[in-house]
Design a protein around this ligand. Structure first.
Ligand code: PRX
Length: 633
C-alpha cells in the first residue's frame, strides 16, 4: 500500500485524518514497515518534560527496512550513484544487493573491533560511498552514529567526541574538494589528542595522502573489510533506541547533540521523502547536501534508501571544474529530482547564465530548496533557468531537530508560491504565537513558529543534557515545541518562513550560533570582548560580522583582524570565519551590562536610519564611534 498523496484534495483529506486521529494515521503507515515485534502503543508524549515516544516497545532494525524488506524488489536496482570530485575519475554505481553486502561486511568489522549496541561512533568523512556504508553499518549493529561535517576543525571534532564519549572514529586519509586536497586523518589525530575515549580509528583510503597510523588503534578500511563475510544478522533494537546524534548550533554555548531514535525517524523520513519529492520508481534523485548535516542524513541516505530510490552522492563542489558542474551532472545521469540550497543557487546565478545555457536539464521533474529562506529573485532564477519554468519548486522548511521536512509544497500538488514553504505536511501542526504566547489566528499574521503536537521524527533529547533540550525548545512557550523561526501566514493561508528570531545565524545554509563564534574569537590573546551578529549577504544569505574590543598596543589592526579570522577558522572551521571584523573601542550595553545586539545588527546591515532609543544605554556615545568605524569595513 502506498501512502503517496496524488492530489491537492487528497492532501487535505490526509491532513485532516492526521490531525483527527494521529495515532491511527501513523500506525497505518508504520504497518508497511518490517518490525520484529509490533508496538504496544503508538504514542506517548508530554511536551513539558519533554518525554516523547513513538511505537512503544516495538522492535526493529532500520537497515532491515532498507535491505531485507525491499531486496527482492530492488536488489539489482542502483541504490547509490557516486560522482567523484574530478569529472575524469570513474563514477560508481552501487546496487542495493552490493550496498547490502558492503553494509554487512562493515557491520562485521564494527563488531570485530568491539563496537556493540549503544556505542557512539563518529563518522568524519568526505562524500564517498563508504560514509554511507559506515552510517548504515552503525545502524545495523545498533551503534549510534554521529557524523561530523569534515570541514570542522580538530577542536570542534574533539568537542563532539568528548560530548558523546565516542569509542571509534571512522575517517579517510584525505578529501578531494574542488582543486583542494584536504587532510582528514591528520585532523582526527589532533582531535584525539584532546580526548580520552577513542579506542579505534578506521581509515578509508581516498586521496593516498601520507598518514600516520597508530599501531593497535588505527586500521585501514580495505584491510579490515577484506576477510569479512557479507552475512550479518541485524541487531534487534527498540523503536526508541538511539539511531544518531547530530550536533547543531544554538543561541548559547557549545553545539548540542540532537538525538533521533529509530522507529519514528524511519517512518517520517520515508513518508516525507516520497510525498515531497513525489519520487517514482525509476527516478534518479539528487540532494547536494553533505552527509554531515541533517539534510544528508534524511534525504541522501535514510529517506531515499528506505524508499528503494536511486540516490546520487556527489563528492565535489558546484564550481569545480567550472560553475556548470551541477548542470553537467544532472544531464549526465538524467536526474529527475534535484534538491539544493539557496546559497548554491545564488552563487551559481552570480557566475552568469552562460554556465547553465549549454545544458538541457530536460530530465528534471522536481527542484527543491532547503536550509535558509530563499529570496524571490533566487526562487525565480532557479525556477526559470533550472526548472525551465515547468518543474514544481519545493521550498522545504525543517531543522536538525525536526528530523524531516515539516512545511513544504508537495511537488506538483501544492500550488507554488515563490519564497513560501506553503503548507504543513500531514501530521505537522504548526501554530503562530506572539511574544506573549497568544495564538495568532487567521491569515495575514506574523509571529513565532511553534509546533503543538508531536510528529514521529522529532528530537527526543539533547545528548547527555535533557535539561538543555527542555530549556531550548519547550520552555519559551508552555506545551509547545519552539522552532526559533519567525513565520508569516499570508492572505491565502500559506506560510512564509522569515528566518531566525534568536541568536542563531544562517550562513550559506549552515547554522551558526553567535555565542559560538564569540567564544572562538575570545580565544585570541589580544581580544578583550566581542559581539557577533549576522548581516544580509548577497550569496551566503547571512554573513558574520564581528565587533571586537582588543588590546591593540602597537599592533597592526590589519594583522589583528587576519589573526582573529584565522583563530575562528582553527577553532570551529572555515564555515565560521567572520566575513567582517571591526575593532571597536567598546560595545553598546544596557545598564545591566547586556550587549544591545539589535543596534549592532542594524549597523552591520547598514540600516542606521532608525536605531531606536539609545539614551538608556550605559554608554550611548559608543554607537556613533562604531558607526564611523563601520563605514571603513
Ligand atoms: O531558520 C531555519 C532555516 O534553517 C534552520 C535549521 O537549520 P538546520 O538545523 O541546520 O537544518 C537545515 C536543513 C533542514 C531553520 O530553523 N531553514 C531551513 N529550511 C528553510 C529555512 N528557512 C527558510 N526556509 C527554508 N526552507
Amino acid at each position: 500500500m502506498s501512502f503517496k498523496i496524488s492530489s491537492l484534495s487528497e492532501y487535505f483529506v490526509e491532513y485532516q485524518k492526521s490531525i483527527d486521529q494521529p495515532e491511527k494515521f501513523w500506525s497505518d503507515i508504520a504497518e508497511t514497515f518490517k518490525w520484529k515485534k509490533p508496538w504496544d502503543k503508538v504514542l506517548s508524549w508530554n511536551f513539558n518534560d519533554p518525554d516523547l515516544k513513538w511505537f512503544l516497545n516495538a522492535k526493529l532494525n532500520i537497515t532491515e527496512n532498507i535491505f531485507e524488506r525491499n531486496i527482492e524488489k530492488f536488489g539489482s536496482k542502483t541504490a547509490i550513484i557516486w560522482e567523484p570530485n574530478d569529472p575524469n575519475e570513474k563514477p560508481l554505481q552501487i546496487t542495493y544487493n552490493e550496498l547490502f553486502q558492503k553494509t554487512c561486511q562493515f557491520s562485521n568489522v564494527l563488531q570485530d573491533q568491539g563496537i556493540s549496541k549503544g556505542d557512539r561512533v563518529i563518522i568524519y568523512m568526505p562524500m564517498i560511498p563508504e560514509a554511507a556504508i559506515a552510517m548504515l553499518a552503525c545502524a545495523r549493529v545498533g551503534a549510534v552514529h554521529s557524523v561530523v561535517f569534515a570541514g570542522f576543525s580538530s577542536s570542534a571534532l574533539a568537542d563532539r567526541i568528548n560530548d558523546c564519549q565516542a569509542k571509534m572514529v571512522i575517517t579517510s586519509d584525505g578529501n578531494f574538494r574542488g582543486k583542494k586536497n584536504i587532510e582528514v586523518k591528520a585532523v582526527v589525530d589532533r582531535a584525539i589528542e584532546k580526548t580520552k575515549t577513542i579506542e579505534k580509528v578506521i581509515v578509508c583510503k581516498r586521496t593516498k595522502a601520507k598518514v600516520n597510523m597508530k599501531s593497535g588503534r588505527d586500521f585501514w578500511w580495505h584491510e579490515v573489510v577484506k576477510n569479512q563475510t557479507s552475512d550479518h544478522k541485524a541487531t534487534i533494537l527498540d523503536s526508541e533506541d538511539l539511531l544518531f546524534i547530530l550536533y547543531t548550533s544554538g543561541s548559547t554555548g557549545k553545539p548540542k547533540g540532537v538525538v533521533h531514535t529509530i522507529g519514528g525517524y524511519m517512518i517520517y523520513s520515508q513518508y516525507s521523502f516520497q510525498n515531497v519529492f513525489q519520487y517514482e520508481n525509476d527516478d534518479i534523485y539528487w540532494c547536494t547536501a553533505d552527509i554531515g548535516w541533517i539534510t544528508g542524513h534524511s534525504y541522501i541516505i535514510y529517506g531515499p534508501l528506505l524508499s528503494g530510490a536511486t540516490t546520487l552522492m556527489f563528492e565535489g563542489v558546484p564550481t569545480y571544474p567550472n560553475p556548470g558542474r551541477f548542470w553537467d551532472i544532472i544531464d549526465k545521469y538524467k536526474v529527475n529530482q534535484f534538491y539544493t540550497a539557496p546559497t548554491a543557487i545564488r552563487a551559481l546565478q552570480a557566475h552568469g547564465i552562460e554556465h547553465i545555457q549549454p545544458y538541457k536539464l530536460d530530465s528534471l521533474k522536481v527542484i527543491g530548496s532547503v536550509g535558509e529562506p530563499i529570496n524571490e529573485e533566487a526562487w525565480h532564477w532557479y525556477h526559470d533557468n533550472v526548472g525551465k519554468g515547468k518543474c514544481p519548486l519545493v521550498d522545504t522548511w525543517w531543522q536538525t531537530e525536526t528530523g524531516g521536512i515539516m512545511i513544504s509544497p508537495l511537488a506538483g500538488i501544492t500550488p507554488n508560491k515563490p519564497a513560501h514553504a506553503s503548507l504543513p505536511l500531514p501530521g505537522i501542526q504548526p501554530i503562530i504565537l506572539d511574544t506573549n504566547g497568544n495564538e495568532l489566528i487567521g491569515n495575514n499574521v506574523e509571529g513565532n513558529l511553534c509546533i503543538k503536537f508531536p510528529w514521529p521524527s522529532m528530537i527526543r533529547t539533547t545528548y547527555g543534557d535533557h535539561k538543555r533540550c527542555k530549556e531550548t525548545y519547550f520552555s519559551t512557550y508552555q506545551g509547545m515545541y519552539f522552532t526559533g523561526d519567525g513565520v508569516k501566514r499570508d492572505h491565502d493561508g500559506y506560510l512564509r518562513i522569515l528566518g531566525r528570531v534568536d541568536d542563531v545565524m544562517n550562513v550559506s545554509g549552515h547554522r551558526m550560533g553567535t555565542a559560538e563564534v564569540e567564544n572562538a574569537i575570545n580565544e585570541h590573546p589580544k581580544v578583550i570582548e566581542s559581539a557577533v551578529v549576522g548581516y544580509p549577504h548577497e550569496i551566503k544569505g547571512q554573513g558574520i560580522y564581528a565587533y571586537v574590543i582588543c588590546d591593540i598596543d602597537n599592533y597592526s589592526e590589519a594583522n589583528l583582524i587576519d589573526e582573529i579570522k584565522e583563530t575562528v577558522r582553527n577553532i570551529i572551521g572555515p564555515i565560521a570565519k567572520p566575513d567582517k571584523v571591526q575593532i571597536v573601542p567598546g560595545l553598546p550595553k544596557t545598564r545591566s551590562g547586556k550587549i544591545m545586539r539589535r543596534i549592532l545588527r542594524k549597523i552591520a546591515s547598514k540600516d542606521i536610519s532608525n536605531l531606536g532609543d539609545i539614551s538608556t544605554l550605559l554608554n550611548p556615545d559608543i554607537v556613533e564611534k562604531i558607526i564611523i568605524g563601520s563605514s571603513k569595513i
